[in-house]
Design a protein around this ligand. Structure first.
Ligand code: IMP
Length: 174
């Protein structure tokens, strides 16, 4: 375990706010006139999602899907359990999945296959962070905040052992 004072900043709050604003504008343009269903993946996406949807100037609904990955604290096993499901159907709708980070891609691969069985009109992924160093499968990322090196990062919704989600920047243990 480490402490908040052990964290070094990787992406500061100002940089996050600016980039999320740009993503919000881009998504607003792309989904103008569409039936947008935003789905946040819990728990990590809650901070990013709250900022992202407030940067939209279009209408959307927001729902959440709880996922937990069976693995050690810092590596993904690819075996995923749905801990809390969507509250409304997505059939025929334009779905935007909002995720905190794509690392191996295994969680998102599982999720995309699961969502397709619910017959949405379209599905796109928006992730705040992408760590391509560990990619283990192909995942189409339509909207990406930042590509990062192979650090284990926390803050802005991301945790280590459930802590640090409330840190207002992306940090790593120095
Ligand atoms: P993937 O299946 O390896 O792509 O991992 C996706 C999930 O693992 C994310 O939604 C996070 O919950 C977690 N994760 C991966 N890398 C990190 C990290 O650097 N910090 C915190 N959580 C991470």
């Amino acid at each position: 375990m480490f402490k908040r004072s052990d964290l070094a900043t990787l992406i500061d709050s100002e940089t996050l706010t600016k980039r999320i604003g740009e993503l919000g504008e881009e998504i607003s343009r792309d989904y103008e006139g569409k039936d947008l269903a935003v789905i946040g993946i819990l728990k990590g996406s809650f901070v990013f999602l709250a900022d992202l949807v407030r940067a939209f100037d279009i209408e959307c609904t927001v729902d959440f899907l709880g996922l937990s990955s069976y693995g050690s604290a810092t590596t993904s096993s690819g075996v995923v359990k749905i801990t809390s499901d969507l509250t409304t159907p997505i059939e025929g709708r334009d779905v935007l999945v909002v995720e905190d980070i794509i690392d191996t891609g295994l969680t998102m691969r599982y999720l995309l296959d699961n969502l397709q069985t619910r017959r949405p009109n379209s599905v796109r992924i928006c992730t705040l962070l992408h760590k391509p160093a560990n990619a283990r499968c192909e995942v189409p990322i339509h909207y990406k905040g930042f590509t990062i090196d192979d650090h284990f990062v926390v803050g802005f919704g991301l945790d280590y052992a459930e802590k640090f989600r409330n840190v207002p920047y992306i940090g790593y243990k120095r």
